[in-house]
Design a protein around this ligand. Structure first.
Ligand code: PLP
Length: 423
């Protein structure tokens, strides 16, 4: 069967405008509220808090800014306010999800802390509670955990919360990718001591950029808002007692978010249909989709991903910046599939390369279920019995085009392209 290339590029995940965004942006311009103050910001904070079921939402310039302030709130609560020029996490380790976008963990470094990466489990591709428990046995003094819900699938929060309670640790929840997903009926964004979501351009709801810090503490919401607007004290002039940041969301961006928010459920339904169509179309191939337990959670299906069976991997070698593979009949690899998708004008992406494999974090500890250290390759993992789930999912997995505007015919064409890889 001849597969036709896509005339218009199929994106991994692109913004979807509905019309109301323009109305609220125009409104801001017409009323001259072109600033980091205005009705759109207030409304977006109210709507986000209400949707997630959290008392307070603080509108910020990005999810990364929200993570920075969330981590700082916890760090100062645990260790006190640092001297100017120092981070609040200096001399302290923080347990972090390992297989994630680096924005999850970089704020730990902004505050001078040392990220300790916790390996991934296979059931949800999130932080492994068994490895986390192991990490607390090795470093019982740790009091902070940064947890992500990858690709819109909630982590095993009950197990993780129980371990954190045992060791008296706080959780910063990175729900940047999982807005609208729920765990046992509770929305992600409610599951951390402080939580964040992102309104970046490729997320399920977007303002082009932007993020929210979520908390049930009025004091923390107030503090985050103050820090985000240069930590101005209530005085007649610019009076400063604390370090400040320019992290507030603009009222123009908030206008875009305000127009988008009513469409969260629609976007989730579209993403879910795409995920299910892939799952059905790929069922005769030696691959599985990114997994979740439907009894405990409902993902938002932000990205559809697949994992190639070990026995169906062709040879693939990845260096620091390039990859090579050799095609074998009946087998394939992420590099081959991504290359073919690109040739047909569709955008896929490798799985987030685990943080413990990143040159920038090569000196940071990495804790797995059966040891403390780093694997070099899948071959090494097999020979040594060393478990490094993140490295394995990175090697065998990839993100499929998951744009919510894709038609089922387009999903079918992607499925056909993947079949061609295994031919
Ligand atoms: C997108 C993303 C962020 C950062 O959000 P920005 O708004 O882009 O700063 C953080 N964590 C994860 C897991 C993300 O996917």
């Amino acid at each position: 069967m001849e597969i036709e290339a896509f005339e218009k590029k199929i994106w991994l995940s692109s913004p979807t405008m509905h019309g109301d965004e323009r109305k609220w942006v125009d409104d801001a311009i017409l009323t001259n509220w072109v600033s980091t103050v205005g009705a759109n910001i207030n409304e977006v904070e109210r709507m986000t808090a209400e949707k997630i079921g959290r008392k307070y939402a603080v509108a910020l310039s990005s999810g990364t800014a929200a993570l920075h302030l969330a981590i700082k709130l916890c760090g100062e609560k645990l260790y006190g306010q640092p001297k100017v020029g120092h981070g609040c996490l200096e001399g302290h380790k923080v347990f972090c999800s390992d297989m994630t976008f680096d924005a999850t963990v970089n704020p730990v470094a902004y505050e001078g802390g040392e990220a300790v990466f916790i390996d991934t489990e296979r059931d949800t591709w999130n932080m492994d509670p068994v490895a986390l428990e192991k990490a607390f046995e090795i470093y019982p003094e740790v009091r902070l955990v940064v947890l992500v819900h990858l690709y819109g699938t909630p982590a095993k929060i009950d197990e993780i919360r129980a371990i954190c309670d045992k060791y008296n640790a706080l959780i910063v929840e990175d729900a940047a990718e999982s807005f609208g997903a729920s765990y046992k009926g509770v929305q992600t964004g409610c599951l951390g001591d402080v939580s964040i979501i992102s309104y970046n351009g490729n997320k399920i709801i977007t303002g082009s950029s932007g993020g929210m810090l979520l908390t049930d503490s009025e004091e923390w919401a107030h503090k985050a808002r103050k820090w985000s607007t240069q930590s101005r004290e209530d005085a007649a002039w610019y009076q400063h007692e604390e370090l400040g940041y320019n992290y507030r969301m603009s009222n123009i961006i908030a206008g875009v978010v305000r127009g988008q928010l009513p469409y969260l459920e629609e976007h989730i339904a579209q993403k879910k249909a795409i995920y299910e169509r892939y799952k059905d179309g790929l069922k005769d191939l030696p691959v599985t989709m990114n997994p979740f337990d439907p009894v405990v959670c409902e993902p938002n299906y932000w990205l559809s991903c697949l994992l190639i069976d070990e026995s169906a991997m062709c040879r693939q070698v990845r260096g620091e910046k390039e990859a090579l593979y050799s095609h074998e009949s009946g087998k394939s690899c992420p590099t081959e599939i991504l290359e073919l998708l690109a040739r047909y004008n569709a955008e896929g992406r490798p799985i987030w390369k685990p943080m413990h494999m990143q040159p920038i974090y090569r000196m940071n500890p990495f804790i797995t279920t059966n040891g403390n250290g780093r694997a070099k390759s899948n071959a090494y993992i097999k020979e040594s019995g060393f478990v490094d789930v993140g490295a394995d999912i990175f090697e065998r997995g990839l993100c499929l085009p998951s744009d919510n505007k894709m038609t089922m015919e387009q999903v079918d064409r992607i499925v056909a392209i993947i079949h061609e890889c295994f031919a």
